[in-house]
Every structure is written in structure tokens, then in C-alpha cells.
Design a protein. Structure first.
Length: 178
């Protein structure tokens, strides 16, 4: 799993243009909801199922007239983004409760001097992407450990912070305050 810091930073980046920095700082915590199961000693449990969050999203849309409904919509969308990010680093039971099979996406870039394939060719050197979906049947409640903070999370968080800082400064300059 990407670290919690990376998930928080991604959620913040999605929310910031809509809600502004202060509210995004609080609401981005909703993007960590799928990892609540980690506190119970399991990770990638049913909270990492697309089915669960799509059902909640539908309920949120049904209740969209209320602030609870809008909160459920936001939590569902951020959790779907969370799961999307997670499948690139490990398996998730995307279709629970219909299937215990957990899916992950294997993804790597390659460069080849001879041979064919690839999506881009420069002077006979070919660049390409190997991507494939892997799956296995996960035992329910299986523990998949992941760090709360890792190097990727720190880099993503710094990139988001820089993006927000540049936006903040350029808005102030435009307003003539600086
Ligand atoms: Zn997760």
C-alpha cells in the first residue's frame, strides 16, 4: 500500500481546488478510511472493495440533499482513489463480497535496443510498458503490512505542499498583496 501520508497527500490534492486548503486539510482524512482496518490488525479487508464504496457512493447520491450525504459522496470518491492507488503496490479484494480474489496491477517500464514491441522508438531504441493484472484468492482477514510513512509518501506530500504554496503565492501576487 502507498503509505498513509501518500494517501493523505493525494486526497488533499484532489480536494484543494474545490474546498481550499483549510477544509481540504481536514477532509483529506476521509481518504484514509479504507486503512482503518489496519488498526484492527488486518489490511486490504472489505474496506478495499470497490463494491462497498460504490454502494456507499450510491447512498450518498441518494441523500445528496443533506450534509451527511455529501460527506458520504466525498468519502466514497476519496476511498475509490485510495483503492486505485493501492492496487499498484499490492492486492485488494476489489469485488468482495462477490469474490475473495484480490487483484493487483504489475507495472514496469522497459527499454530495449534490439527486438520489437514498445510504444515509442527513438533511433532503434524502443521504450515500452509491461502491465498486467495479477490476482489470487486472499484468505479473509489476512494481514498485509504497510508503512504509515515511506519515501514515496514524503515525496508526494512535498510535491503537493509545493503545488499549494505556489498557488497561494501566485494568488497573493495577483491580488497585489505581495
Ligand atoms: Zn489501503
Amino acid at each position: 500500500m502507498p503509505s498513509s501520508l501518500a494517501h493523505y497527500a493525494m486526497s488533499f490534492a484532489v480536494l484543494y481546488p474545490v474546498t481550499g486548503a483549510r477544509r481540504a486539510g481536514v477532509l483529506a482524512l476521509l481518504g484514509l478510511l479504507p486503512d482503518v482496518d489496519a488498526l484492527l490488525g488486518v489490511h486490504r479487508s472489505p474496506l478495499h472493495s470497490l463494491v462497498v464504496w460504490l454502494v456507499l457512493l450510491a447512498l450518498g447520491v441518494w441523500w445528496r440533499g443533506s450534509s451527511l450525504g455529501r460527506l458520504v459522496i466525498m468519502a466514497s470518491l476519496l476511498s475509490l482513489i485510495h483503492i486505485f492507488a493501492d492496487v499498484f503496490t499490492g492486492p485488494a479484494p476489489l469485488f468482495w463480497p462477490f469474490s475473495y480474489r484480490a487483484y493487483s496491477v504489475a507495472f514496469d517500464l522497459f527499454v530495449s535496443v534490439r527486438g520489437s514491441g514498445g510504444i515509442l522508438s527513438l533511433n532503434g531504441v524502443r521504450f515500452g510498458v509491461h502491465a498486467g493484472v495479477e490476482s489470487f484468492v486472499a484468505k479473509p482477514g489476512e494481514l498485509i503490512k504497510g508503512p504509515l510513512v515511506d519515501a514515496t509518501g514524503v515525496i508526494v506530500a512535498m510535491a503537493v505542499a509545493l503545488f499549494v504554496a505556489v498557488g497561494f503565492v501566485s494568488a497573493r501576487v495577483k491580488q497585489g498583496r505581495w
